[in-house]
Design a protein around this ligand. Structure first.
Ligand code: ZN
Length: 501
């Protein structure tokens, strides 16, 4: 037996009562047994480790048990139950479609199926990973299902129901297995920890549950791996031993991104070795859970804690945007030669779509010009007669906005750069203050300077000399709501990659 699966085998539920979750299916199966309305074919569909094969075996047991309990649970002690537990029962045939794709088995079924069960009431065929059957096998199976012999039951277990032919699906009674809830996983884990006398702290338990992603099998496989260590393991040990993602780091990156500290998020990413696929999957999981929490109100301590750390209300629409960006980046990962870059771009995209606070609360063009703070926003008016009346700063802003707008046809990048910049008027020199050297390099090109000189003359009615300085901490004078996204992305990227001197 595979060592990794020891616990899973040992604690495989052996009757309906022991099986945690899937109550809706158990209830239906039991009532079918009681009422004698058992179907000839079933589909058990669901992700891995949700109990499909276990339930199929329990069902087979219940159909054949010699002394079924009053609540329709197999007794566990009769020869049928014992044989099924040992895997010896002659009327229970399990076929693994993943390993042999089934054609020979299905042919054999067609030949043998006409014979009645040897010892039990029903002959049960469990076809695991049924979607892996070949077309020939499906056709053979279909013929059998078209004229199902009495007392023969097929149970097709699959993780990918979309790969089963419709003709097959339509002839089966279908059950969809839910992924195990964290609560169900915990119930199961607690039982095993108690029985095995493991000493495991609560935060390690939570870690194992979270990373099981609704699969009992995955949870036990991880428990198995840490059970070999004699001393009690702490959270960090378990993260390392199981090669789990460091949640703290993941959360920090997202907190930074959502709070608008994109540069920090990027440096978090590039700081250490980061497995990109892992990061994206974990992030998808985080936001998927956040979405469920927001939409369905299902309590989730993990994401509630995350939202508290972000400190900003993340709307459902935002979460959907983020999920879309992440899904897209899975595709991009396949095409990209730099996976870190792909993630960085995804973060920048999320950051841009999130309208960081820093920018969203200053919009002097839209703001009432009587607002006292307006003059603070305009931080580049030295030398300009700004005290003569209140509307002056607003007027300056409007002029600057014209510069930005009218430079667009000349050079779209220039317009974007100016939007992220500020200026001072020093005598007859118009000094543009830019956050990055590469902005300056472009603006001081002779062609650009000529264009700007003419434009400024036109708008400010004055013949300026044009100069440019770099100041990393410069704040833009105006923030455009309209069409701002493209510009924000451009400038965010330069923030991110720190393109400067
Ligand atoms: Zn029994």
């Amino acid at each position: 037996m595979n060592n990794k699966s020891v616990l899973y085998q040992k604690y495989r539920p052996r009757n309906f009562t022991e099986l945690i979750g899937q109550e809706h299916i158990i209830k239906t199966l039991k009532s079918e047994i009681i009422n004698g309305e058992v179907s000839n074919a079933y589909i058990f569909s669901g992700t891995r480790g949700t109990g499909k094969t276990s339930l199929a075996r329990i069902f087979a047991k219940a159909l054949n048990c010699e002394s079924l309990s009053r609540d329709v649970d197999p007794c566990g002690v009769c020869s049928v139950c014992a044989d099924i537990d040992k895997g010896h029962f002659i009327d229970l045939i399990e076929i693994d479609a993943a390993s042999n794709r089934g054609i020979d088995d299905i042919r054999e079924i067609r030949n043998k199926v006409q014979f009645s069960p040897s010892v039990g009431h029903y002959k049960v065929y469990i076809i695991d990973e049924a979607h892996m059957l070949t077309t020939d096998a499906f056709n053979a199976l279909l013929k059998t299902l078209e004229e199902p012999p009495e007392s023969v039951i097929f149970i097709l277990a699959t993780t990918e129901i979309n790969k089963l032919p419709k003709t097959i699906i339509s002839r089966c009674q279908r059950f969809d297995f839910y992924s195990a809830s964290d609560l169900d996983l915990k119930k199961y884990l607690d039982i095993i920890v108690l029985k095995e006398k493991y000493s495991i702290s609560d935060d390690v338990k939570s870690l194992i549950i979270k990373n099981a992603r609704g699969s009992f099998r995955d949870m036990l496989s991880n428990l198995q791996k840490i059970s070999h260590f004699k001393n009690e393991l702490n959270y960090d040990d378990v993260v390392k031993i199981l090669g789990l993602p460091d949640d703290l780091r993941l959360q920090t990156i997202w907190v930074h991104t959502l709070q608008g500290n994109i540069a920090e998020a990027i440096s978090d990413i590039s700081g250490e070795n980061l497995q990109s696929q892992f990061f994206i999957n974990e992030s998808l999981d985080l936001f998927r859970r956040l979405l469920i929490y927001k939409v369905a109100g299902i309590k989730d301590i993990y994401v509630q804690e995350f939202e508290k750390n972000v400190g900003i209300d993340i709307s459902v629409q935002h979460i959907i945007n983020i999920l879309n960006i992440l899904i897209k980046s899975i595709e991009n990962l396949k095409l990209s030669s730099s996976s870190i870059l792909t993630i960085q771009l995804a973060l920048v995209e999320v950051y841009s779509s999130f309208a960081p606070k820093e920018n969203s609360n200053i919009n002097p063009i839209i703001k009432n010009n009587k607002n006292e703070d307006t003059s603070k926003v305009v931080n580049g008016l030295k030398g300009v007669d700004q005290n003569t009346n209140e509307s002056k700063p607003y007027d300056i802003q409007e002029k600057w906005l014209s510069v930005i707008e009218r430079s667009k046809p000349f050079n779209h990048h220039m317009s974007g750069f100016l939007q992220k910049s500020s200026f001072n008027i020093e005598g007859d020199t118009f000094v543009i203050i830019v956050p990055f050297k590469f902005y300056k390099d472009m603006l001081v090109e002779e062609k650009s300077k000529d264009f700007l000189r003419n434009l400024l003359k036109d708008i400010f009615m004055k013949d300026f000399k044009v100069d440019c300085i770099v100041d990393k901490s410069v704040k833009p004078i105006v923030v455009l709501k309209k069409d701002s996204k493209a510009n924000e992305i451009t400038s965010s990227i330069s923030d991110v990659f720190d393109i400067e001197e």
